[in-house]
Write a protein that binds this ligand. Structure first.
Ligand SMILES: Nc1ncnc2c1ncn2[C@@H]1O[C@H](COP(=O)(O)OP(=O)(O)OP(=O)(O)O)[C@@H](O)[C@H]1O
Ligand SMILES: [Mg+2]
Length: 230
């Protein structure tokens, strides 16, 4: 068992981000506890993806603070932030994230290969995650040869293969029907809970948000915790 500091894993205060005249974020607040699954909801254009990109250190906010595990994201070098993203964060997007030339198992193994694992070790670990996501039968297929739901489960396996503490998912079921969407959500949340990974889940669907422990609503770049974390 690992010992972690008490308190939130990630906290954001008063985030602001403008694109020209558009205030994509206008004083957004956010916090997530280790192992917690938080749904970020809100209408199209309200700032959900911008919030996720800022929290993940992909896009710098104009102002405000983001603290991950007691470290200020803005004070880290770009190199430290990318190491953090590679080793402690996982990402799942709506589509288009698997490398088409690689087989499914090579895709899942890729983050481990980039971190220096041997092909054999990386693919063995990758296959374990593919079994958990029930896509191990697709190991030799390329992304173009699998269904949308299967592809998303491969993407979830790839996001979890490095054992991240925080998973960022932006509309992970946005391109799926409700049956396949539910299956992806069941397996994603089950896998995250089993490893105590926290999940920031952006969605506009209440049936997807129902898998979360808590909801945060974003409106006009402002976010509100429906039930503030301790
Ligand atoms: N790179 C960008 N350049 C210019 N404007 C942007 C950029 N990214 C986002 N915006 C604008 O910022 C606002 C928030 O966008 P964002 O993508 O965060 O919304 P969203 O809540 O994720 O929407 P959706 O549900 O449609 O994905 C929108 O008005 C959008 O047009
Ligand atoms: Mg979005």
């Amino acid at each position: 068992m690992t010992f972690s500091r008490p308190g939130p894993l990630l906290t954001a205060r008063d985030l602001r981000k403008a694109y020209g005249p558009t205030n994509a974020l206008d004083g957004a607040e956010f916090s997530i506890q280790p192992g917690e699954v938080v749904a970020v909801m809100g209408p199209s254009g309200s700032g959900k993806s911008t919030l996720l990109h800022c929290l993940a250190g992909i896009v710098p906010p104009d102002s405000g603070s983001i603290t991950y595990d007691a470290r200020d994201l803005a004070k880290m070098s770009d190199a430290r932030r990318s190491t953090l993203r590679r080793s402690e964060f996982g990402f799942v997007f709506q589509f288009g994230q698997l490398v088409p030339e690689l087989t499914c198992v090579e895709n899942v193994a890729l983050p481990l290969r980039l971190n220096g694992s041997s092909r054999k070790d990386a693919e063995r670990t990758a296959l374990g995650w593919m079994e958990r996501l029930e896509v191990d039968g697709l190991k030799g297929k390329r992304p173009g040869e699998v269904s949308g739901g299967q592809g998303q489960r491969v993407a979830v396996a790839r996001a979890l293969v490095t054992g991240p503490r925080l998973l960022f998912a932006d509309e992970p079921t946005g391109a799926l029907d409700s049956f396949n969407g539910d299956r992806v959500m069941e397996l994603l949340t089950e896998a995250a809970r089993s490893t105590n990974a926290a999940v920031v889940l952006v969605t506009h669907e209440t049936r997807v948000a129902a898998y979360a422990d808590r909801e945060v609503v974003v409106r006009d770049g402002k976010s509100r915790d429906m039930e503030r974390a301790v």
